[in-house]
Design a binder for this molecule. Structure first.
Ligand code: 3NM
Length: 519
């Protein structure tokens, strides 16, 4: 019997005997294959069979798991665990309570509990649960009557609250976890103080045609950080240190001429492509998700811009996002008009749940919507009157970046940018940027272009992109022949081009105009 305290929870298989999941396969054979493939713990979950059958199947499963040194738990049925003599049980909130289960099974048994909220998690930890099954992360056809979908943000919140109370209980998450999202879920749920000990899956293994391979592939994924992850500790930088590094970052981008793949709206395609060329990157404007895997392999970055949305575009966005995430290609989301319509509110939610974005960039209304605020009503793509003080903006940007483990940029007359640890306010730019179409969208293109060649510290890359863009706007607006928006656009493209040239010539004077402060 595996010692209760030394259990490896990293790949936790929950079985399912229904034909919808198992198909025509034999449960015992699937579990044998999964154990051979490397699952580290098994829970026998059977909501439909008669008790006599459940006991018999559990006995057979126990022979398989015991031989492999993998613990077997029974879902809900303390009586079955006792009959079989296996390692323990998993109880849901509506099943037998944890303390009674512990009393019946004794001190050596493993008892795990389902937790959907901070309160349920704390209570179970206080009552001595060995581990928590935290969920439901994503909606799943495997279990339709789940309480609430908490996403990676909900899991992270529960982990933080456990850490604050010094609970060392082990944790796995469950609900819709599969090969495509396992690494990201482990990455994005981690709080600075506590991270998951593993993932629990049903269909990703039980419904797989080759459960052994499905298990060993998942083990491999769990053991490696996602391709887009960067080293955890970033240097703290004063605003002047930060600004001093910018010209080199722009020079690197301009000399490498990275590909910048834009899935962007109809309005700005031409302007964004011209901006990309001016700053020294190589734009490709493709909204076809099917060609994203080929493009992702070319070493560039991806911009997903939600403007001029269409019914079929979300699938294309998700395909492209998966392709770039798979190779660690930098990604930026511009949730244009996120708070304007139901389609866009759903779109931003689906995109943030469906993949990893290195940078989330938007105006106040967009960032508030993306961060989960209810009732934000944007009039079209404009942010509308500001609802937040500068302190509130800083707090929201910092908190959202910490939660998503990425960089969040809220644009406005002062831009607020954070990676959750380091937060800056940038006060460059010019009001003429607000008088032309697509200036926000082309800023996304600029930042993504810089990120393509500066991957280790994406906050630095994003600040570099902002400063190049906004200082170019100031220089353009200051030209004598610029009389308004019409003359501003060509002057702006010229200034972007000139800043690129100056940076390539190692003339970083242009950055002296940066107005950056720490927040
Ligand atoms: N419990 P799949 S979700 C058994 O939220 C179970 O507590 C859940 O199945 C919870 O890995 C779930 O196929 C089913 O999405 C998970």
């Amino acid at each position: 019997m595996t010692a209760r305290r030394s259990v490896d929870y990293s790949l936790y298989l929950v079985t399912d005997s229904t034909s919808a999941i198992l198909g025509k396969k034999d449960l015992l054979e699937v579990v044998k294959a999964a154990v051979a493939g490397g699952v580290t713990i098994v829970q026998y979950r059977d909501k439909t069979s008669e008790t006599a059958d459940v006991v018999q199947i559990a006995q057979q499963l126990y022979e398989v798991t015991k031989a492999a040194g993998v613990p077997l738990l029974i879902n809900d049925r303390v009586d079955v665990a006792l009959a079989v003599g296996c390692e323990g049980v998993h109880v849901g909130q509506d099943d037998m309570d944890l303390k009674t289960a512990r009393k019946l099974l004794g001190p050596d048994a493993i008892v795990g509990v389902t937790a959907n909220s901070e309160e349920e998690a704390s209570q179970a930890a206080r009552d001595g649960a060995d581990y928590l099954g935290i969920g439901t992360v994503y909606a799943t056809p495997t279990k339709e009557n789940t309480k609430s979908i908490i996403g990676t943000a909900g899991v992270q919140q529960i982990l933080s609250s456990l850490a604050k109370q010094n609970h060392t209980v082990k944790t796995v998450c469950i609900g819709g976890i599969n090969h495509a999202n396992a690494q990201r879920v482990l990455y994005q749920t981690a709080s600075p103080s506590k991270q998951l000990d593993g993932i629990a899956v049903v269909s990703a293994i039980m419904a797989a045609s080759d459960p052994k391979k499905a298990s060993s592939d998942l083990r491999q994924l769990i053991a490696t950080p996602p391709p887009f992850a960067t080293s955890a500790s970033k240097p703290q930088l004063s605003p002047s240190d930060l600004v001093a590094r910018i010209p080199t970052i722009i020079k690197t981008m301009a000399s490498k001429k990275p590909l910048c793949h834009n899935m962007t709206n109809l309005v700005v395609q031409n302007f964004a492509a011209n901006v990309a060329i001016a700053i020294g990157s190589s734009p490709i404007m493709s909204n076809n998700g099917l060609e994203a895997p080929d493009l992702a392999n070319l070493g560039g970055s991806l911009v997903i811009n939600m403007g001029t949305t269409t019914p079929e575009i979300r699938e294309n966005h998700l395909k492209a996002l998966a392709a770039y995430n798979a190779v660690g290609g930098p990604t930026l989301l511009d949730p244009v008009g996120a708070g304007a319509t139901q389609q866009r509110r759903e779109g931003v939610k689906a995109l943030l749940a469906g993949g990893y974005f290195d940078v989330l960039k938007g105006n106040e209304g967009e960032i508030r919507t993306a961060s989960g605020a209810q009732g934000v009503q944007q009039r079209g793509v404009d942010s509308g009157a500001s609802q937040l003080s500068m302190e509130e903006k800083i707090a929201l940007v910092k908190e959202t970046a910490g939660r998503l483990r990425n960089v969040v940029l809220m644009t406005g007359s002062a831009d607020v940018i954070s990676d959750g640890e380091r937060t800056f306010v940038i006060e460059n730019g010019h009001e003429l940027l607000g008088e032309i179409t697509g200036s926000g969208c082309a800023l996304g293109t600029t930042i993504a272009s810089v990120m393509a060649t500066w991957r280790e510290d994406k906050l630095l890359a994003a600040v570099a992109g902002c400063l190049m863009y906004e200082i170019a706007a100031e220089r353009a607006a200051g030209r004598e022949n610029v009389k308004g928006p019409g003359t501003f656009v060509p002057a702006f493209i010229d200034e972007l081009y000139l800043i690129r040239k100056e940076s390539l010539d190692e003339n970083g004077q242009w950055v002296q105009g940066a107005k950056v402060r720490a927040a």
